[in-house]
Design a protein around this ligand. Sequence first.
Ligand code: G3H
Length: 497
Amino acid sequence: VIHQREYLLNGELVQWSGDTMDILSPVFVPAQGGGFERKVVGSIPHTSPKEAMESLDAAVAAYNNGQGEWPTMSVEDRIKCMQKFVYLMIQERDQVINLLMWEIGKTLGDSTKEFDRTVEYINATIDALKDIDRESSRFQQAEGTLAQIRRSPLGVVLSMGPFNYPLNEIFTTLIPALIMGNTILFKLPKHGVLAHYPLLKAFKEAFPPGTVNTLYGKGSEIITPIMESGKVNVLAFIGSSKVANGLKKQHPKVNRLRAILSLDAKNAAIVTKNADLDVAVSECLLGSLSFNGQRCTALKLIFVQKDVAEEFVQKLSAAVSAMKAGLPWDKDVKITPLPEADKPGYLKECIDDAIANGAKVVNEHGGFTNESLVFPAVVYPVNDKMKLYHEEQFGPVIPVVPFDTIDEPIQYQIEASHGMQVSIFSNNAEEVASLIDPFVNLVARVNINCQAQRGPDVFPFTGRKDSAEGTLSVFDALRSFSIRTMVAAKVTDANKE
Ligand code: G3H
């Protein structure tokens, strides 16, 4: 249990003496008066808009209109700071992994992967920056003008992210923004906040004062004044499009705010009658249920051609029933407690709505709920009258939609308000080829015979419509959090050499 009092402001770990907010685990433990309750894993400062504005001022002062120590530091020196950060971060590996399990219920294997992947991401970002720097130190000459093209920072970045990858996803915006010379206001996620506690010192020791400032408390209280100040230059937000749109509107000059956003997604899988059903089942299982389906890239709707639908559903149900549910640190466990308190109720609502409209839960124990633990449900046959067809369930429920012709899933994607990824399962090369073009113009990534996912992290990560704004990944993020500037000179006889 960690009772955190410190927050990082202007290079100091300031001690908070006011109210604190309890952090509850998704894991239930016996309660004193009988029954069960969520375990309290710690507490954090419940800071107010006053402290939030102090953090903003610190980030603005450290940027200092691009004249501060960090934005003017050489690329080599910024890289050294980042390497020091990685070194200090690695010392905290075990504690961060442990906190991820307790705070968000991620399995030991996935929590470990999240930590290690984040370290790899930072190292890859450092390498990518070296490449970008080499590129920018080259000169370009055209029409009698000689130019040195650079990449310069943008200003103050507000970085906010979700509970499902509290370390990794947030760092996919924070780290590139930071290493490009921007200064950072980092609003910690609601779940997964304590997992960052061991890293506070690393930020303090690795970077100049004011470069990274942390924000705690309720987002609804502290973020509005920050956005309304107009002093944030870049909003880096991963979450729902509804929240992102609200935040953007709070900025007084909304059009001058750069937004790098990763948002809604209800990625479809399309299993045609020509698919290898075993491959389709194992990839759909992974895609739908890794971390209980709580991934923006999860497969959240599975279209199956009618000829093979019954067989697919049978195989998928058997595979789901064989999954082990339990605590994050237990061996072979794949399904774990959900951190969002209202999620089990919401999932039940979705399942009930599907049943009322003619679908069934086809797997044994599907939808069975014990406090925060929800056993995955395969729901079939789902149609467009049901919530599960339209809403992003972000949890362990797999809706399966039978279809006659491929026009149906294409039409679904045309009408959808989002467009992140799709997975197509077919062993017929001609069929696959004919589906790539329609889908690539509707989503940002088409997966063939494999689940949807973000990685490898050097690939571009984005979405269409309400799924994203800007592009993340190692290289693209460095570009997103910077502006191309240049120094240009006329080539005259005198300076030709
Ligand atoms: O929630 C969205 C994450 O970026 C998904 O990443 O596909 O590697 O699980 P992943």
